[in-house]
Design a protein around this ligand. Structure first.
Ligand SMILES: *Cc1c(COP(=O)(O)O)cnc(C)c1O
Length: 406
């Protein structure tokens, strides 16, 4: 992989016409190590956030030994990055053939579920393979309520009373039993975790079964950009959120059992930026070479504010407007689909024009992992960059913010 000091250097030297991902392995290592230092338990990286081989390999180098996986593709990706890494199969609803693969081929011994029919599925495979249920830990996924930016608990999780029954049933069969939850993504306050801990405590007390662990899921917030024109409450630093989580864990007396977290976004967001090119400027519209079917899948990026850097093409000699005026542009994606228009504008210097580049920072999470081949576009070019995105100075603009009408 070619190496550059900054994204700007990469853009000016390569003049990329296709989207270019700038990977920052040192930033990835730093953020992974910071999380591991702050969380009072094991860290299992959530592979779905960004499962690129370069990411998994770098995390292994940083000392990550456990990975949260959900599918055969993820089992294989982790195994390719490390022969010894442990995998937690934390998808509550699994195909029976995948359960077999996990247990038989990959030696996975930790899973989650939220329904008795799933217990039956797992048990069928355990019996068929003649495994001892006591060698397998099953985490009952609890329903949670909170204020995550991306609420994910609607889909999975057993209500507390139901969870008690599941815990007792698993214990009677002879499985080791734990509890888990996942409060959402980009959770910027500790209260969501506290509510979930409270619920886990309730289930533990009613179930009367010795638990082997608690998995607090992911959701830890990444640092993104902000609109300087708006007064928004700045996100508290991760240290503060983790401090609160640690004291809540003690308060609810979970500090005496093995803990695990499944961070995704907070570990990988800063490790990538994306350089896109303006293929055409038409008034206040920018047609770029990426979009919702590639790295800017709106369901994930639409609610967050990504920092952006304007990289003007030096070949353009004449420009309209003033570089210090930062204005909103409607952004149209690369495909022919009219849905492929970002729901929120990019705010950029008004001088931006056809042929210029925009480097979008902190885009390592849920971006390239959601790429599709729709319409024949599939960005897949990478360079390594040594300077953190913010290391070049304050961003010139920001992407994906409030609607144009605001
Ligand atoms: C997606 C997911 C994660 C990672 O979430 P982040 O918000 O990226 O930290 C962790 N655990 C489970 C079960 C998930 O589905």
């Amino acid at each position: 992989m070619q190496r550059f000091a900054t994204g700007t250097d990469a853009a000016l030297e390569l003049r990329p016409d296709h989207p270019l991902y700038c990977f920052r392995p040192e930033v990835l290592k730093q953020d992974a190590r910071q999380f591991m230092a702050l969380f009072p338990g094991d860290t299992a990286y959530a592979v779905k956030t960004n499962g690129e081989p370069m990411v998994l390999k770098t995390l292994v180098e940083a000392g990550v030994k456990i990975f949260d996986v959900a599918s055969p593709g993820e089992f294989e990706a982790v195994r390719a990055a490390s022969k010894t890494a442990e995998m937690l199969y934390m998808h509550p609803v699994k195909a029976q053939s995948d359960i077999r693969l996990a247990l038989e081929k990959y030696g996975i011994r930790v899973m989650s579920l939220d329904h008795e029919d799933e217990i039956a599925k797992v048990l069928r495979i355990v019996r068929a393979l003649d495994l001892d249920p006591g060698s397998i830990s099953i985490f009952v996924r609890l329903q949670t309520k909170g204020h995550a930016m991306y609420e994910l608990s609607k889909k999975f999780g057993a209500a507390p009373g139901h969870a008690v029954e599941l815990v007792q049933r698993l214990d009677r069969i002879g499985f080791k039993v734990g509890l888990c939850f996942h409060v959402g993504s980009q959770v910027e306050e500790a209260e969501s975790y506290e509510l979930a801990l409270k619920s886990a405590d309730w289930v533990r007390n009613r179930a009367g079964v010795a638990l082997v662990g608690l998995d607090v899921g992911g959701g830890f917030p990444a640092v993104y950009g902000h609109n300087p024109n708006r007064k928004v409450k700045p996100m508290p630093p991760l240290e503060d959120l983790m401090g609160e989580l640690r004291s809540n864990i003690t308060e609810w007396a979970f500090d005496d059992m093995p803990l695990v977290a499944e961070p995704g976004r907070v570990v990988v967001a800063r490790a990538f930026s994306l350089i896109v090119r303006v293929l055409l400027r038409k008034g206040k519209r920018l047609y770029i070479n990426d979009g919702i079917w590639a790295s800017l899948s709106d369901s994930w990026t639409g609610k967050i504010t990504l920092p952006a850097r304007f990289i003007p093409d030096p070949a353009r000699r004449i420009r309209k407007g003033k570089a210090e005026n930062v204005v909103p542009f409607k952004v149209c994606g690369a495909t022919c689909d009219s849905v492929d228009i970002l729901s929120r504008p990019f705010w950029l210097p008004e001088t931006v024009d056809t042929g210029d580049w925009i480097e979008i920072g902190h885009i390592g999470a849920y971006s390239l992992s959601l790429r599709t081949r729709f319409n024949g576009f599939y960005p897949d070019d990478f360079v390594e960059v040594t300077t953190p995105f913010g290391g070049e100075g304050a961003p010139d603009g920001f992407a994906s913010l409030e609607t144009m009408a605001d």
